[in-house]
Design a protein around this ligand. Structure first.
Ligand SMILES: Cc1ncc(COP(=O)(O)O)c(C=O)c1O
Length: 436
């Protein structure tokens, strides 16, 4: 089989059927994107991802280059991860200095970079304390354990439940999968971890209904785990009134409100933390993706009420090692030094204005526009086409996009994207819609 670029495009198009599963591409359930079976380039890799048959050789800022030198504008950013773009000069320098100094020790000892990072994170947020780990799922797993401990402590004689939202995405470990309100990810891995119940996102009556049912059964809600904006679930911003009521209900019932900010945190929405858009403070929140600017790090941050872990409760060998913390510290410093939040806000508005113009031109294709800052989604009209087709067309035109649930094309570029690059993105998009 010829794996040359031209052939790749046609093979991608031939296999459209599975791209709809490319919601958070590495989490795809379907193994038929691009090639049926395992990755054509590496049969020694386990067949867990449906990959594009392409590898990038170089990255700079918001751009990636493939083996043939073709250039792509990256509006995926490692799925909302490469905050400072690719090969950032400052990050490169800081990490290279860090490697010369010390890379990994152990949480058996004090880690200077970890302490510095926790100070910076708590200074900039409502939290007073941080636990570091390596990924989003691990951060949420920590949150779930914390909520369970809180429930057992606060309501010792009651059966406790954790509430989560339908169409949420919290990760792929067994507990985070159990908290994920999308049965398609759970299929084949039953039984799920017990103790989760689901309500409709942004629908307070369905939350109240659950509370009422549990009360009638002498059961309690230990906590709620929820995204301030659903990313993989279809780029659905949280409703302010809903979240305020959620906060109130949690206060009244003495339950924890923990936000999954794995995708929304660290400036993605134009505010440092997604919860700032909702004008509430959670009892805790989780981070990962954007925190390390492309380097694996996750975190659970808590306020006093939820600061209940004691030695031995939880741990991670790599969690918060000097290298990962140095990456995160640099990301935070650069966000502040380069006033990146302003950029996210302005570029987000520019993107949205561009989308409004494009959707006025193609009203039969685009059903809606939603998002905050630089997490934006175009809702595609099912009866016209689908997000997977647009993603593939964009790929051919040198624009990287990622679909989300509900026939949504998701835009999560590096937070440093420029005015000119947004214009290029919009032009490419316009062309894609013209040619559909
Ligand atoms: C909101 C949210 N939570 C958790 C996760 C899982 O993160 P990870 O893939 O780093 O485990 C994701 C990943 O897409 C996410 O978007």
């Amino acid at each position: 089989m010829d794996f040359s670029y031209n052939n790749v495009s046609s093979l991608l198009v031939e296999n459209l059927g599975s791209v709809v599963e490319l919601v958070d591409a590495p989490h795809s359930k379907c193994g038929t994107f691009g090639y049926v079976g395992s990755s054509p380039t590496a049969p020694t890799l386990m067949n867990t991802y449906s990959r594009f048959n392409i590898s990038f050789k170089k990255g700079k800022g918001c751009w990636l280059w493939d083996q043939k030198g073709k250039k792509y504008l990256d509006s995926v950013a490692g799925i909302a991860t490469c905050t400072l773009g690719h090969s950032d000069r400052v990050l490169r320098k800081k990490l290279s200095d860090q490697l010369k100094k010390i890379q990994h020790i152990s949480n058996l000892y004090r880690i200077e970079e970890q302490e510095k990072l926790s100070k910076s994170l708590t200074k900039q947020s409502c939290a007073e304390s941080v636990f570091f780990c390596n990924s989003g799922a691990e951060a949420n797993e920590s949150a779930i354990k914390l909520i369970k401990k809180y429930g057992n402590k606060t309501f010792p004689d009651k059966e406790c439940f954790i509430l989560a939202a339908e169409s949420s995405f919290h990760g792929r470990t067994l507990a985070t999968l159990s908290a994920t309100g999308q049965p398609k990810y759970q299929e084949g891995f039953e039984p799920m971890v017990k103790g989760f119940k689901f309500f409709k996102y942004n629908d307070i009556s369905s939350v109240k209904k659950l509370f009422k049912e549990l009360k009638e059964n002498q059961q309690k809600v230990s906590g709620i785990l929820i995204e301030p904006i659903q990313g993989e679930g279809g780029v659905i911003p949280g409703d302010k009134v809903f979240f305020k009521e959620l906060r109130e209900i949690c206060n009244q019932s003495n339950s924890l409100l923990i936000l999954d900010e794995v995708q929304s945190g660290v400036g993605r929405t134009g505010k440092m933390w997604g919860y700032e858009n909702l004008e509430i403070e959670p009892d805790g929140f989780t981070l990962a993706k954007g925190l390390g600017g492309g380097h694996p790090i996750g975190a659970l941050l808590v306020q006093k009420k939820a600061n209940i872990f004691s030695p031995g409760d939880h741990a991670s060998t790599f969690g918060g090692n000097p290298f990962a913390c140095s990456a995160a510290l640099t990301v935070l410093e650069e966000i502040s030094r380069r006033k990146i939040l302003n950029n996210v806000y302005q570029r987000g508005n520019q993107l949205k204005e561009g989308f409004i113009k494009i959707s006025a031109k193609f009203p039969n294709i685009i059903n809606g526009i939603r998002g905050l800052g630089l997490i934006q989604g175009l809702v595609i009209n099912d009866s016209y086409t689908d997000a997977k087709t647009i993603t593939l067309k964009a790929f051919e035109k040198g624009l990287l996009l990622v679909p989300a649930r509900g026939n949504v094309v998701r835009f999560v570029p590096p937070l440093i994207i420029s005015r000119n690059e947004i214009n290029i993105l919009l032009k490419k998009l316009d062309l894609i819609f013209k040619e559909l």
